[in-house]
Design a protein around this ligand. Structure first.
Ligand SMILES: NC(=O)C1=CN([C@@H]2O[C@H](COP(=O)(O)OP(=O)(O)OC[C@H]3O[C@@H](n4cnc5c(N)ncnc54)[C@H](OP(=O)(O)O)[C@@H]3O)[C@@H](O)[C@H]2O)C=CC1
Ligand SMILES: CC(=O)[C@@H](O)[C@H](O)COP(=O)(O)O
Ligand SMILES: [Mn+2]
Length: 386
């Protein structure tokens, strides 16, 4: 199978490349990143010279001059990337970038029978109104969820009659501050970036720390599977050993357990016939003395409830929220706002009236609108010194 990886240089993208490197039946033909030219070139050299592209124009230009006569083709622009990824030489695409860039490609791919390995929840969430309106993603057999909880849910739901399911549960680690007793205002980016169980990029790690990641995942579950919000619940599972649970109407509950490591999720998602004896993924039950559960606590995690509210509102709200959240996380990471300001600012941005998107370009417009309104509010806060 000939594949492309978008976001190959990120935490998840690197793990995807690592797993793929063990399976010669997967031929990596194209790698796409944003700005990390050196890592992308290294990856291309390790994979027998796939074509590459960097979304940052200067980085792409420099890669092209670095790689003259190297055998590695640097694609000139987005159209060239789209032409290759939508054309006959690629059978499957991994979406492992952060943000909603390439949402147009995702939309076009839904009309093909290529496999879409989907980790980029921002794309699913921001465009949820379009996907829900025009097609049922759960019926779209070519999407394989890479988000760990959704991949687990997919495994648990298979073979079940949906009529017999009472509830599905996504689990949440609770993030870095579940037991934090101090003032949320004291939380620094460095503290927020230390996730208890998973190694991930900065945006998703901050979203995990305030549970906004889980709110986005509720919207993602509503979009990927045919469950209404009333049937989707969230449980804190501190160890991230249980990834999802399915509760049947007869009271039985099935759960999916594995060590918190995305490589096993990626391996499963490849659906290859070959097994791989990776001893490191074996669960050692003697080390697993206790599993801790809880429900998200409203006053600590307003961001989570705000995200779920946005999902229920639908229309342009999820796209707007994703854009506003991106701006808030950027501002927090660059010490311009406190950790506790993120949900407060997000709530304020949602006072805006937001149109319902009719197309992918509407979704991008609304996402940018959310980003800008949040950015302006952050700026106003600074000039008012409050
Ligand atoms: N990490 C994980 O375990 C999990 C991640 N996810 C989701 O997967 C996505 C990636 O997460 P993660 O790997 O942690 O994030 P990282 O920040 O580590 O990586 C982001 C990747 O996206 C690339 N990128 C950014 N903008 C663009 C663009 N415009 N075009 C192409 N590539 C771009 C970056 O390139 P560059 O390096 O050049 O900047 C980098 O390769 C997110 O949506 C996240 O929510 C979901 C479940 C688990
Ligand atoms: C690995 C993965 O799927 C992440 O989305 C993870 O869920 C983040 O951890 P939290 O449970 O803390 O949000
Ligand atoms: Mn997840």
């Amino acid at each position: 199978m000939r594949v492309a990886v978008i976001g190959s240089t990120g935490y998840l993208g690197e793990q995807i490349c690592n797993v793929l490197s063990y399976f010669p039946e997967f031929e990596v033909k194209t790698l796409v990143a944003n700005i990390n030219r050196e890592k992308l070139i290294q990856q291309a050299q390790a994979f027998r010279n796939p074509s590459i592209y960097l979304a940052n124009p200067e980085a792409n230009f420099r890669a092209a001059s670095d790689l003259k006569e190297s055998g590695i083709r640097v694609l000139k622009n987005r159209d060239a990337v789209k032409e290759i990824l939508l054309g006959d030489s690629i059978d499957g695409i991994f979406f492992a970038l952060s943000g909603i860039d390439w949402i147009d490609l995702f939309y076009d791919l839904l009309n093909t029978d290529k496999i879409i390995w989907m980790a980029t929840k921002e794309i699913i969430v921001a465009g949820s109104e379009l996907w829900k309106g025009e097609r049922d993603l759960s019926q779209n057999k070519n999407i394989i969820a890479l988000d760990s909880e959704h991949n687990a849910l997919h495994q648990l739901i298979q073979g079940h009659n949906q009529e017999h399911i009472a509830k599905i549960y996504l689990t949440a680690s609770g993030g870095a501050f579940y037991e934090w007793q101090g003032d949320l205002n004291e939380i620094t980016p460095e503290m927020a970036l230390s996730h208890p169980n998973w190694k991930m990029g900065t945006k998703i790690t901050v979203d995990s720390a305030n549970l906004i990641n889980k709110g986005l995942e509720v919207i993602e579950a509503n979009c990927l599977f045919r469950f209404p919000y009333s049937q989707i619940d969230v449980l804190i599972q501190r160890e991230s050993v249980i990834h999802a649970l399915v509760e049947r109407k007869d009271g039985f509950i099935t759960a999916l357990l594995s060590k918190p490591d995305m490589k096993s999720v990626i391996l499963h998602a490849l659906k290859t016939e070959r097994t791989f004896p990776w001893e490191e993924y074996k669960m050692d039950f003697t080390q697993l003395h206790q599993l801790h559960f809880d429900y998200p606590v409203p006053d600590r995690f307003q961001g989570f409830y705000l995200a779920v509210k946005v999902g229920r509102l639908g229309g342009g709200y999820p796209a707007f929220f994703c854009g506003a959240d991106e701006a808030c996380v950027q501002a927090f990471l660059s010490h311009r706002i406190g950790f506790n300001h993120i949900p407060i600012l997000l709530e304020k941005t949602l006072e805006t009236t937001i149109a319902k998107p009719q197309s992918v370009s509407d979704v991008i417009y609304i996402y940018n609108q959310g980003f800008k309104i949040a950015k302006d509010l952050i700026q106003q806060r600074r000039s008012l010194k409050c």
